[in-house]
Design a binder for this molecule. Structure first.
Ligand code: DX5
Ligand code: ZN
Length: 210
């Protein structure tokens, strides 16, 4: 089954509560980008905001920070959260993977466009959740790089049971192709939050995914 995650970075920052209400019951997951301005060229979503998200939401935490093991401790991790981090951000990704697993948090790797997949096969095999970036992370509202589909396909062929999310530039035009090559979570930011009628936008993506 294909799931849809809403990326809160693209929501109206002056009206987060109303934005959450507008997508409640429509999307399957809430995607929360945390950026430190070093790992990526932007600052995003405060740890206070992330902690305040009601636990009725399925949280997918996307850490674009230099010390994901340190920042993870500021998020009040809950069993059932998924936490994606960039494996090269830390000297022992396996340690963070196992400490997250021990507390019931699902570890996943965020994979930038320039991350060499074949060269890092052994590292990738530490997890079975991937967040494939369609853009260079930092800002929402950018176009997806054409390499994204072949990178999803590469992962899907080698990890047939994995959960593969795709993040950055997802819209109604590319969704079907992303699903065909193996994505099973679509992260939507500006596609969703730039439309007045969120239900129409999500129904449209779901129709495509069927
Ligand atoms: C970008 C973030 C994405 C972004 C998605 O660095 O990781 O989650 O908010 O927004 P869109 O869908 O507009 O690219
Ligand atoms: Zn993200």
């Amino acid at each position: 089954m294909i799931e849809i995650a809403a990326s809160l970075q693209a929501a109206n920052p002056l009206d987060i509560a109303a934005e959450l209400t507008s997508i409640e019951g429509l999307v399957d997951r809430l995607h929360l980008d945390i950026m430190d301005g070093h790992m990526v060229p932007n600052l995003a979503l405060s740890t206070d905001l992330v902690r305040a998200i009601p636990d009725t939401w399925q949280r997918d935490l996307h850490l674009m920070v230099e010390k994901p093991d340190v920042v993870a401790e500021w998020l009040d991790l809950r069993a059932g959260d998924t936490l994606y981090f960039h494996p090269y951000a830390i000297s022992s990704p396996e340690k963070l993977v196992s400490s997250l697993t021990d507390r019931g948090v699902i570890p996943g790797f965020a994979i930038n466009l320039e991350y060499d997949l074949p060269a890092n096969f052994a590292t990738l095999a530490l997890v079975d959740h991937f967040l494939v970036m369609g853009i260079t992370p930092g800002f929402s509202g950018k176009h997806m790089d054409e390499k994204t589909t072949s990178r999803i396909q590469w992962l899907r062929e080698r990890f047939p049971q994995a959960t593969i999310a795709v993040d950055g530039g997802v819209n109604d035009k590319n969704a079907l192709n992303l699903i065909r090559v193996g994505a099973n979570i679509l992260v939507v930011g500006s596609y969703l939050f730039s439309t007045a009628d969120r239900k129409v936008a999500i129904d449209h993506i779901r129709d495509i995914s069927l």
